[in-house]
Design a protein around this ligand. Sequence first.
Ligand SMILES: Cc1cc2nc3c(=O)[nH]c(=O)nc-3n(C[C@H](O)[C@H](O)[C@H](O)COP(=O)(O)O)c2cc1C
Length: 391
Amino acid sequence: MALISSRISRAVNIEDLCELARRRLPRIVFNYIDGGAEAEWTLRENRRAFDAVTFRPSQAIAVPTCDLRTRVLGTDLSMPLLLAPVGYLRVMHPGGEIAAARAASKAGVGMILSTVSGHRLEDVKTASTGQVWYQLYLTGGRAAAENAMRRAIDVGYTVLVITIDSTVIGHRERESRDGMEQFLRGNLWSKIPFVSDILTHPRWLARFLLDGGLPDMPNIVTPERGVLRVRDAHTAMKRQAFSWSDMPWIRALWKGPIVIKGVLTAEDARRSLDHGAAAVVVSNHGGRQLDGVPASLQVLPEVVEEVKDRAEVLMDSGIRRGSDIVKAICLGARAVLCGRSYAYGLAAAGEPGVTRSIEMLRNDLERCLKLLGCPSVNALTRSYVSVAPHR
Ligand SMILES: Cc1cc2nc3c(=O)[nH]c(=O)nc-3n(C[C@H](O)[C@H](O)[C@H](O)COP(=O)(O)O)c2cc1C
């Protein structure tokens, strides 16, 4: 335990956490987190887009303290960061979504719980001392979605996030090569190819077995079939997905703010607002869905220009440093979501690993503002960056 915490505190950036996660997890689980769709072109573009933005600092301006606080859809945040919805966190570490929610609320950042969570949404809410948002897939159909929304409303989830980029699951070649689907669905025999990979990670295996093995999906419940079994999850996700025609039905049930996640064009931003969204997330799902779409950061200005002040604009995909957060805000985002950055931390060390990932992003963010000569995240403007023309 002491060894783990010293390794975590010696990690200096998210790449170090990624490396720790790579060592701690069986390859099949690590590649589930780390991989992208098809040739992983969009996954790489997400990072390249941040590299194409350079800073224009105001030098020699002392900024003794920086104000990192912001407010997103009525939720006060200690910095402009929310933990993105990430499915199957409990497979990475038994603490899973509960550990993430605890770390997020202690740090004063937002947390969005994925539909594909191994912990009950009620337990995740109880673990958090802050606000938690709920991300909706229509897996299991409207009956399952209604069950989840009613439960989420009952226990105080404030905001609903609908992911629109997943009409089918992206083809993640690293996952397919490793056999993720067989691992989740198959019987004992079909798991034999994974035995050597898994046995060489005894600490992960012991935790996984003590936690009861692969978790079912307690937030996907239908009257006929009850809780969705994990082995049926992939098929169920392929069968039913959100389409715009579901929006009036959802809005009749969910009276709080609705966020549309997965917007990449001005047209979809407009459509989201026409359907009553209070915010949009410019996102390509971290390069895990349609390979070949541009980096989120690249299309952020187009969406901001379309939305103007009619809704809030968030972004994700590729956030690995506090300076990335600064760049996204300069280009018009109100706040960002990170997915892998905290998932690596969780896999490396449970809740302390998530806390460490948030701390890294916060320290970077504050230092970056000071070096830019900017006292507050709310004072960041386009004039602090210049964007290289796209190749
Ligand atoms: C392992 C993994 C699982 C994910 N599961 C979900 C999910 O269940 N729902 C969802 O809306 N997005 C999901 N996402 C996408 C994230 O919410 C987010 O858009 C993405 O991770 C951002 O890119 P980043 O990982 O580079 O920060 C997942 C991402 C990862 C890496």
